[in-house]
Design a protein around this ligand. Structure first.
Ligand code: CA
Length: 229
């Protein structure tokens, strides 16, 4: 069942833009335009996440957020018109899960929605125990790695390395960072070098993605995962 997202936004054009994007991304949106409508709606319909504008006619977003937290832990992303406002909002300790500044790109908002939902409701979707980078999928429950449906057989160290890099795509990891990441997976991580693990991991990935450099060397620093297509 698709997740129900409540959009509280008095600017109708922005509300309908968000509504379109949410629908496209597979969510089920509802828009409210007045602050006083929100609490009764949330009490009755229990949305899965709320995108909450700060400046609203009637009750403002700050009071709404505070009141919702008295009865619900529903994830809330506050939307504010000014970046300077975020510091103030953070200082108020409203219990919101994230903040977005206007003007925003709808894609950025979708990414936040997805990430907040994943963080706050880990059991609620089938994808929550999967790490995904393009065609690469890691099932965290079974430790199974697939690329385009074909299974990769990885050692614990290779698994640990791939998992660490997919969790932070495009980040450049030093060898030392990576060594720390795989310690939990392989006690002999110190004996063999990270370079060997990476070389083997690359070989295995290349069997499924022959024409792409998924893990690249960054000269003088370490390694980086480039999300494959
Ligand atoms: Ca507004």
């Amino acid at each position: 069942m698709s997740q129900h997202i409540l959009v509280v936004e008095d600017e109708k054009e922005i509300a309908s833009l968000l509504e379109d994007y949410l629908t496209t991304f597979g969510y089920q949106p509802t828009c409210l335009h007045h602050g006083n409508e929100v609490i009764p709606y949330v009490e009755k319909h229990h949305p899965d996440l709320i995108l909450l504008d700060v400046m609203l006619p009637g009750k403002d977003g700050i009071d709404i957020c505070r009141d919702i937290r008295k009865f619900s832990n529903v994830p809330i992303i506050m939307v504010t018109a000014r970046i300077e406002e975020v510091d103030r909002l953070l200082g108020l300790e409203l219990g919101a899960d994230d903040y977005v500044c206007k003007p925003f790109s709808p894609r950025e908002v979708m990414a936040r929605v997805k990430s907040v939902l994943r963080r706050t409701q880990p059991e609620s979707t089938d994808n929550s125990d999967q790490l995904i980078a393009g065609p690469i999928r890691i099932n965290m429950a079974t430790h199974q790695v697939t690329i385009h449906e074909s299974k990769l057989s990885l050692t614990p160290s290779e698994f640990g390395l791939l998992k660490a890099m997919i969790e932070q795509p495009e980040r450049v990891f030093s060898r030392n960072d990576l060594l720390n990441k795989v310690q939990g997976y392989d006690f002999d991580g110190y004996d063999r070098t990270i370079d060997t693990h990476i070389k083997n991991l690359r070989k295995k990935i290349a069997t499924a993605l022959p024409n792409q450099d998924v893990i690249v060397s960054v000269y003088g620093v370490g390694y980086q995962l480039i999300t494959p297509s």
